[in-house]
Design a protein around this ligand. Structure first.
Ligand code: XMP
Length: 344
């Protein structure tokens, strides 16, 4: 393992010779798991202030996918998933689609996870995401094994979160069909402060992408379309978004009116607030909670992000994500300053 680790701000992509004539023609389709594809490489995080059915349906309509979070009763999660499954079935017909539209939902790795997963599949989920902070764990091995036996063969399993090549190798061997990659890099994470564990995102992705052949979802710390471009350039198949799409109309939660504007709450899955709201034991807090400005509709936000990503592919001389393999350079502190508007 390399001892010096880089994250998104430490690198810049080097422009390559391009024959891209129009950004409109750039194809952003990709795989989210072995069997399931999406038309844009964006996945809404399974957090209770990011993704329930309204977000997942809105993302499905523009070609992405949302993962329905698990911090609710089985009945409630089934209801949310059935709404997404119905909307996805309608979209399949409307778009004359030739690939199955993914319907993704999260479970844990202990307690009721297996019954929950089986019910979620009956409600229409075709991807089950095992949502665990430390995915390189015996519980996850047991959970994948169990779910692979229990669920029909067309159900894919995403497992994570992981941050090492050894973890990727193991999860793949245990039967995962997709990997959720990134530990401690999320915008509200305190894992690195509280535990000292975590690997900066660029090195984390590189170490894992060097050895795995299954789709990788880069999760945590994506703050702008440039970060999405960097993750995809390194070989991630998709990115999982929290803060970038929290605060939109479709994210769960009420709009909060303050004298200086409109806001919504965004809270870490392991924050004290999340644990309190869901009646969990108030221990092992590893996340913050906050309010963030209300951003309007998620489609508008995503279109802005995709404009940036398509532009990135044009700089990288690529018409599609498979061909997007620009080199990068490591930048100094002066380079990081130069990379941001510095006149104002
Ligand atoms: P962004 O940066 O997109 O990150 O807001 C979203 C991702 O952060 C992770 N996450 C957490 N990590 N404590 C953590 O250490 C938490 O409370 C927490 N909540 C979310 C998760 O991987 C998510 O997709």
């Amino acid at each position: 393992m390399n001892k010096q680790a880089l994250t998104y701000d430490d690198i810049q992509l080097v422009p390559s010779y391009s024959t891209v004539t129009s950004r409109k023609n750039i194809d952003l389709s990709t795989k989210v798991t072995k069997r399931y594809s999406i038309q844009i490489p964006l996945v809404a995080s399974c957090m209770d202030t990011v993704c329930e059915s309204e977000m997942a349906v809105a993302l499905a309509e523009i070609g992405g996918v949302g993962c329905i979070h698990r911090f609710m009763s089985v009945q409630h999660q089934l209801h949310e998933v059935s709404i997404v499954a119905k909307a996805a079935a309608d979209l399949f017909i409307k778009n004359n689609s030739n690939t199955t539209i993914p319907v993704m939902a999260a479970v844990g790795a202990n307690g009721d996870y297996a019954e929950r997963a089986a019910e979620l599949v009956k409600a229409g989920a075709n991807i089950i995401l095992i949502d665990v902070a430390h995915g390189h764990h015996e519980n996850v091995k047991t959970a994948i094994n169990h779910l692979k036996k229990l669920l029909p063969a067309h159900i894919d399993i995403i497992a994570g979160n992981i941050a090492s090549a050894a973890a990727a190798k193991d999860l793949e061997a245990w039967g995962a069909d997709g990997l959720r990659v990134g530990v401690g890099g999320g915008s509200l994470c305190t894992t690195r402060i509280k535990t000292g564990f975590g690997v900066p995102n660029v090195t984390c992705l590189e170490n894992i992408l060097a050895i795995t052949s299954i789709p990788v979802m880069a999760d945590g710390g994506i703050r702008a379309s440039g970060d999405i471009a960097k993750a995809l350039a390194l070989g991630a198949s998709s990115v999982m978004l929290g803060s970038l799409i929290a605060g939109t109309k479709e994210a769960p939660g009420q709009i909060i009116e303050k004298p200086n504007g409109l806001y919504k709450r965004y809270r870490g899955a392991a924050s004290l607030e999340t644990k309190t709201v869901h009646g969990q034991e108030q221990r092992n807090v590893e996340g913050e909670s906050t309010v963030i400005p209300f951003k309007g509709g998620v489609k508008f936000v995503v279109e802005g992000l995709l404009d940036g990503v398509r532009s990135a592919l044009s700089y990288g001389g690529a018409n599609n994500l498979k061909a997007f393999k620009p080199e990068y350079v490591i930048v100094t502190h002066a380079g990081q300053t130069e990379a941001k508007p510095h006149l104002l």
